[in-house]
Design a protein around this ligand. Structure first.
Ligand SMILES: [Zn+2]
Length: 236
């Protein structure tokens, strides 16, 4: 997966159907290239509120990024913008992408990707910092170095997913038989599974977590449900 060259990624993008980049047009900011224009990349500055929806409480202004070419992980402060990988020097695309119809191919970005409710990733792979999944993933692998956000209606095969953090949005309900591992898990909807969490498990008001859960720290808001066998290891 990490072997593909950058050029092939950009070519792959040219077939992606997406809405026009209204935000860029309003701002009078020309897209980086003609090819990118078909992808409707969103402006970096708007990514925080537009695609990931909820502002993370765990990640203020420092971002841990993973290079999609060599998998080197590094930390940047402030807004995420196109940046060179400190190790392999690949210029890493930081634009946000929207998939809102059938699509086949690879998408790689250190920005965010949103698969909208009508979006179907038929085949290929996704590498993103954050992925918001409202639609379907059929036969594709997902690698999320930041947060995977599962929305109501999301359909995917959990064994093709590797993500650092997980957010289950309000109204979403998922049952997984497979054991899952994340760094942080935030439950505003309902989740039943066997879960191993390196750092923090948060259950929001109206959310419910069931199953078998081990984690370092737990936070359950008033109105949040936790019906699970717990293994709380504390902060090491
Ligand atoms: Zn690299």
């Amino acid at each position: 997966m990490a072997k593909r060259r950058k050029s092939s990624v950009v070519d792959g993008f040219s077939t992606l159907k997406a809405v026009r980049d209204r935000k860029a047009a309003e701002d009078g900011m020309p897209p980086d290239s003609a090819k990118d224009a078909q992808l409707a990349p969103r402006e970096e500055a708007s990514s925080k509120e537009s695609l990931t929806g909820i502002v993370s409480t765990a990640l203020p202004s420092k971002h841990r990024l993973t290079c999609y070419e060599c998998e080197y992980t590094f930390v940047v402060s402030g807004a995420i913008r196109t940046t060179g990988c400190p190790k392999c020097h690949t210029q890493l695309d930081a634009k946000d992408y929207l998939i809102e119809s059938d699509w086949t191919g690879d998408v790689k970005t250190i920005g965010a990707i949103r698969v909208a409710a009508d979006g179907v990733l038929k085949r290929g792979s996704i590498f993103a910092r954050d992925l918001v999944l409202e639609g379907s993933i059929e036969d594709a692998s997902l690698r999320v170095c930041g947060r995977l956000e599962l929305c109501p209606g999301a359909q995917f095969d959990v064994k093709t997913v590797h993500a650092q953090d997980l957010l289950v949005r309000a109204g979403a309900q998922f049952v997984f038989t497979r054991k899952l591992s994340f760094r942080n898990v935030d439950i505003a909807g309902e989740l039943k599974c066997k879960l191993q969490v390196e750092e923090l498990v948060t259950v929001r008001a109206g959310g419910h977590l069931r199953g078998n859960v081990s984690g370092a720290r737990f936070a359950v808001e008033e109105g949040g449900g936790l019906t699970a066998r717990l293994d709380i290891r504390g902060k090491e």
